[in-house]
Design a protein around this ligand. Structure first.
Ligand code: SF4
Ligand code: SF4
Length: 112
């Protein structure tokens, strides 16, 4: 009992071993693969990223000049980032947060 009491008292005055997630968000480790966004000023709608995506998270509609990206299907593998010759896919280190609805991210371009 005294041994346990000393451990309890020690834990009260020392720093916690874990962070208070989700109230305190931990800093992402540099190099973490997270969500992607599209720079539609650079994108030429070539569909290379759509072809390499293993989870079918990207859909390109060249006629409508539109890209649909589903963060809920995305595996964060960043194969699309590596495949884009135009460097139009911007990788982030933050992964998507859980949500009640599976909302698609829509990107449009005015490029011809
Ligand atoms: S993001 Fe890159 S790979 Fe994807 S359609 Fe645009 S230019 Fe092609
Ligand atoms: S990171 Fe991987 S899974 Fe996500 S859209 Fe790109 S290729 Fe697809």
């Amino acid at each position: 009992m005294p041994k346990m009491l000393s451990k309890v008292l020690k834990s009260l005055i020392t720093k916690p071993a874990t962070v208070r997630y989700p109230y305190v968000k931990p800093e992402p480790v540099p190099g973490t693969r997270g969500k992607i966004t599209f720079d539609m000023k650079k994108c030429d709608l070539c569909q290379d990223c759509e072809r390499v995506c293993p989870s079918l998270a990207i859909k390109i509609f060249p006629d409508e000049k539109r890209i649909e990206y589903s963060p809920f299907r995305c595996l964060y593998c960043h194969l699309c980032v590596e495949s884009c010759m135009q460097m139009a896919i911007i990788p982030d280190v933050v992964v998507g947060a859980p949500a009640f609805e599976k909302v698609m991210d829509i990107f449009k371009t005015e490029r011809r």
